[in-house]
Design a protein around this ligand. Structure first.
Ligand code: T46
Length: 139
């Protein structure tokens, strides 16, 4: 399912009597080459509240549920993640906030680049300026 802000990807599930096996690989569920994996176990409160200049991410709720707000500077939309067989593809220059975590939430992230604190935009006005600068470049 494609949205302007982010894409909700449905994964193939190899289901049998032993359970569900979901395999992710470049071209087979992951739209970029993942070079970093991290997960947040039992997240609480509000997390994120930033954008990235260059990073692409695929967010998967492996257990429990949470809401991810994605904002492109003009439109914002909430995506509810509550199944391990789908992932939210978030591209660069999208503000994101994660909240409304279930107590058992385990949130996995596949990322397109190594951790780089300089890739974060943590101020919303600076995010809007980065969007405007990108729009000028495209003119
Ligand atoms: C994002 C959302 C969805 C590392 O040392 N390495 C890492 O790869 C990451 C992601 C974080 N950290 C350290 C940096 C901080 O001291 O872990 C601490 C917590 O990170 P942060 O406050 O950025 O966590 P969230 O949940 O607000 O954001 C994270 C990602 O950082 C971010 O890229 O998009 O999850």
């Amino acid at each position: 399912m494609t949205f302007a802000l982010a894409e909700l990807l449905q994964f193939n599930v190899n289901a049998d009597a032993r359970g569900d096996l979901i395999a992710l690989e470049k071209g087979g569920g992951v739209p970029f080459v993942p070079v970093r994996v991290y997960y947040i176990d039992a997240p609480r409160g509000v997390r994120g509240c930033h954008a990235h200049y260059n990073l692409e991410q695929l967010l998967i709720c492996l257990r429990g549920s949470c809401t991810v707000l994605v904002d492109d500077g003009e439109t914002r939309r909430n995506f509810r993640l509550e199944s391990s067989d789908c992932g939210l593809h978030v591209k660069p220059l999208k503000w994101r906030e994660m909240r409304d975590f279930s107590d058992d939430c385990l949130l996995l992230c596949l990322a397109s680049a190594p951790y780089d604190a300089a890739d974060y935009i943590r101020d919303y006005d600076a995010f809007l300026q980065a969007i405007a600068a990108q729009a000028k470049l495209k003119l």
